[in-house]
Design a protein around this ligand. Structure first.
Ligand SMILES: Cc1cc2nc3c(=O)[nH]c(=O)nc-3n(C[C@H](O)[C@H](O)[C@H](O)COP(=O)(O)OP(=O)(O)OC[C@H]3O[C@@H](n4cnc5c(N)ncnc54)[C@H](O)[C@@H]3O)c2cc1C
Length: 374
């Protein structure tokens, strides 16, 4: 994590950046002495302040438990940062319910994490990847499906009901289906659902999103002075003067992603803190990310390889009130038998959650088809 222009490791044994032991907290350079004392106060503060509160922002929760410095140097760059979101708006209940539970059950969040209670380490974080790239996932799915069960490059243009539903595809063909699993971005779900239920469409369309871009840069390893140990860094928004909000040492995390002697790095730009990032040209994005990485990692050459990937409005934001939105969606879906709504816009922004929801929707659709069979 960046503080005062330098990268510092997170305190040892921290969970989501929250120190679970006092010694690493005392030693870290990420917080001032006053900031550390305020974090440790979590051990003494009464718990239960979240009881009775319906929901609160990540910033509100962290400020109550750990103080303002922990909002700026833990919650904002780490918890809001992975969602490319605004720490003052994202929902604690929707995104980190286990920390809320930790406060409720143990009084102190730190004590709960140290005891391995709610919010403690889990083998699977919210985000996962695959050694050969995420394309392995779709390749495996294609290989497992029976021939003719799959149509690719056939975007759904229109969905008409009541059941059985008629899906008009790009190219003019159509499909009739009793069960439809919508695994598309929230905005697309809103467009497809509008003819069936305009109110449901408006609720789906109101899920806020931010935009981001990743800039992947390759360098000869010996052009980088930094040891690239670990997996990357995050930049708190209070640290001014950089365009990147985070960086990954891709070739440290996944050694096969770069040829021997080369290093692959990735910078993340945009999100809630830089909404205009995608207005910049590829060349501008490459220049700014290279400049930031060169300064932080002591890089002496221009990148030998550069790729820019843009993600316009593709970072869903579960803001305070998101759970009420989900309840309203569920209530309206009850009136549309056979329509299943999944995808990152609703219940889980990472691949593991999307897979869990996909399996559940697939099983529910299959049960419904079987129970309707003559
Ligand atoms: C920059 C970035 C980095 C990320 N890194 C990670 C990570 O390291 N690990 C992790 O777990 N998660 C990561 N995520 C999150 C992850 O990408 C999402 O959780 C996941 O892709 C969401 O899956 P999904 O099926 O909901 O949506 P998507 O993956 O967006 O898939 C939606 C699909 O719907 C299709 N579609 C759209 N419209 C139509 C239509 N009309 N008809 C038919 N099909 C349509 C699209 O072509 C697309 O294939 C990252 C996200 C971003 C933006």
């Amino acid at each position: 994590m960046l503080r005062a222009g330098r990268l510092h490791p997170l305190p040892q044994d921290s969970v989501l950046g929250i120190p679970t032991r006092l010694r690493p907290l005392a030693k870290t350079r990420l917080l001032t002495a006053a900031g550390k004392a305020r974090v440790a106060l979590d051990l003494l503060l009464p718990g239960g302040a979240s009881a009775g509160r319906h929901d609160e922002s990540i910033a509100s929760f962290f400020e109550r438990r750990f103080g303002r410095e922990a909002v700026d140097y833990i919650a904002e760059p780490l918890l809001a940062g992975i969602h490319a979101g605004n720490v003052d708006r994202l929902s604690m209940q929707a995104l980190f319910p286990r920390l809320v539970e930790a406060e409720r059950t143990h009084g102190s969040v730190i004590r709960a994490l140290a005891a391995g209670g709610p919010g403690g380490r889990t083998p699977d974080g919210p985000f996962r990847s695959l050694p050969g790239g995420v394309g392995e996932l779709t390749d495996a799915l294609c290989a497992a499906l029976p021939a003719r069960a799959l149509r690719t490059g056939a975007g759904v243009r229109e969905l008409r009901g009541p059941a059985p539903y008629r899906l008009r595809l790009a190219g003019g063909t159509s499909v009739t289906a009793r069960q439809v699993v919508l695994a598309v971005p929230a905005q697309t779900a809103a467009e497809l659902l509008r003819p069936l239920d305009p109110e449901l469409a408006s609720i789906c369309g109101a899920v806020p999103h931010t935009s981001s871009a990743t800039v992947t840069l390759g360098y000869p390893r010996d052009a980088i002075r930094h040891d690239l140990r670990g997996t990357g860094f995050v930049v708190p928004r209070v640290e001014r003067g950089l365009s990147v909000m985070a960086g990954t040492w891709v070739s440290s995390k996944w050694p096969d992603r770069a040829p021997h002697g080369q290093a692959l790095l990735r910078g993340f730009v945009g999100g809630a803190r830089d909404a205009a990032a995608l207005d910049r040209t590829d060349a501008e994005l490459v220049d700014s990310v290279h400049r930031d990485l060169a300064r932080l990692l002591d890089i002496r050459r221009r990148p030998a390889l550069a790729r820019v990937y843009r993600w316009p409005r593709l970072n869903p934001q579960y803001e305070v009130g998101h759970l009420e939105r989900l309840a309203a969606i569920d209530a309206r879906l009850d009136r549309l038998p056979g329509i299943h709504l999944i995808g990152a816009g609703f219940r889980g922004v990472g691949i593991p959650d999307c897979i869990t929801r996909g399996r559940a929707a697939g099983a529910a659709a299959s049960r419904a088809v079987q129970s309707a069979a003559p």
